[in-house]
Design a protein around this ligand. Structure first.
Ligand SMILES: Nc1nc2c(c(=O)[nH]1)N[C@H]1C(S)=C(S)[C@@H](COP(=O)(O)O)O[C@H]1N2
Ligand SMILES: [Mo]
Length: 397
């Protein structure tokens, strides 16, 4: 019996924290309450969003588990967990963000297809594992290669889960060989999350973590790695997770005209308030997260409490006692930045947040301008409408 198998139904799902907000039960898709995100810089595993496309795979006997590496290599190999553990171990603190984060707000403009997510389809963990660049050296691919001697240019990851989008086949994705063999890109085959053995929901026994890139490329329950000339042709690379202009809809879509989304753009959201909230006039602490893709840091987070007429800069932080400097040597380049500001909240305010990354990219003002049929990458300014407690009845307080 192989080391890693996928059930065909949902009878053997792992236990989950009861406080998660469930967006779809089967497959299990859930996110924490937004306030849980800013309670700590590192997201506890229980409160880390869970994004699945089928029943959760399981391992009966870890000693039989292997991951194969084949395709355009001179000699295919099979690695056991022992072989992976024997490679140098790296701990990389990185935020995973689903491309569908904040999709619900995009659907409010015009209906989009996909699991509805509020603002918590992301989390930050310290991932422990081997670097993919070290693993690929075992099949004779040197560091910083763009093409192998046999013409391989892409590294495909294949899982074992049964996804209906793949007609019962497994989840797949690929990244360019150049990124996979670059030690500074920090692509991991991870077996630990926050110092604990990876759990079933997050990819036990081994998953890919591609920092700075939409979560969809970080394949869980890794079964095999293929070196290919072309990028992966699977559903989730070719017929999903692509960004279309607002004029494209389901009746005129041509998937092959766009590239699979990789890096995510600059993003931020306020986590201490609901989108429509009732708070007293006066001072209030506003806190949230900001992040950008491709390893770019967060240069600034601007907050407004008057619908964008005036702005103040929020304090940014990652670790205690270390001043956050975007792209600084002490900063975690693949992780979010938390922010906070204390503001005067006038009556009937609209509170806004927008972040600027280290390449001076700014979030778009309106969700209408970036609407797309799959509802991905809603990075528009996060808006919170305040109804002051004095202007609503006591019963609503
Ligand atoms: N095998 C497999 N890998 C997968 C998925 C999946 O359904 N199956 N979902 C992807 C998506 S869309 C995201 S956003 C992340 C979510 O990772 P998490 O559940 O650990 O938060 O895993 C990715 N890797
Ligand atoms: Mo995702």
């Amino acid at each position: 019996m192989p080391g890693l198998t996928a059930p065909s139904d949902y009878a053997e799902e792992p236990p989950r924290h009861p406080d998660l907000k469930i967006n779809s039960k089967e497959p299990f898709n859930a996110e924490p309450h937004r306030s849980a995100l800013v309670a700590s810089y590192i997201t506890p595993v229980d409160f880390f969003y869970k994004r699945n496309h089928g029943p959760i795979p399981k391992v009966e006997d870890l000693s039989r588990y292997t991951v194969s590496i084949s395709g355009l290599v001179n000699k295919s190999i099979q690695l056991s967990m022992g072989d992976i553990w024997a490679l140098p171990k790296y701990n990389v603190t990185a935020t995973l963000q689903c491309a569908g984060n904040r999709r619900t707000a995009m659907s409010n403009v015009r209906k989009v297809r996909g699991v509805g997510w509020d603002i918590s389809a992301l989390g930050t963990a310290t991932w422990g594992g081997a670097k993919l660049s070290d693993v690929l050296e075992l099949v004779g691919i040197p560091k910083l290669s763009s093409v192998t001697s046999l013409g391989g240019k892409h590294v495909e990851f294949v899982s074992v889960d049964k996804c209906k989008e793949e007609k019962g086949g497994p989840y797949t994705a690929s990244i360019p060989l150049k990124q996979a063999t670059d030690p500074d890109a920090d692509v991991l085959l991870a077996y630990e999350m926050n110092g604990e053995v990876l759990n079933r929901d997050h990819g036990y026994p081994l998953r890919v973590v591609v920092p700075g890139v939409i979560g969809a490329r970080s394949v869980k329950w890794l079964d095999s790695i293929n070196i290919k000339e072309e990028e992966c042709q699977g559903f989730f690379m070719q017929k999903d997770y692509k960004m279309f202009p607002p004029t494209v809809d389901w009746d005129n879509i041509n998937w092959s005209t766009r590239r699979p989304q990789m890096d995510f753009p600059v993003q931020s959201a306020i986590c201490t308030l609901e989108d429509v909230d009732v708070i007293k006039e006066g001072k209030a602490r506003i806190a949230g997260y900001a992040l950008s893709g491709g390893g770019r840091g967060i240069e600034r987070v601007d907050i407004s409490s008057d619908g964008g007429k005036t702005w103040v800069e929020a304090r940014r932080y990652q670790k205690d006692n270390v001043a956050y400097v975007s792209d600084g040597p002490q900063s975690d380049k693949w992780a979010w930045v938390l922010f906070e500001a204390t503001l005067d909240i006038p009556a009937n305010a609209e509170i806004l947040a927008k972040a600027v990354d280290s390449a001076a990219n700014v979030q778009p003002e309106k969700v209408e301008d970036i609407w797309n049929l799959r509802g991905i990458l809603n990075t528009s300014w996060h808006r919170i409408k305040i109804q002051n407690s004095s202007s609503v009845g006591r019963s609503k307080m």
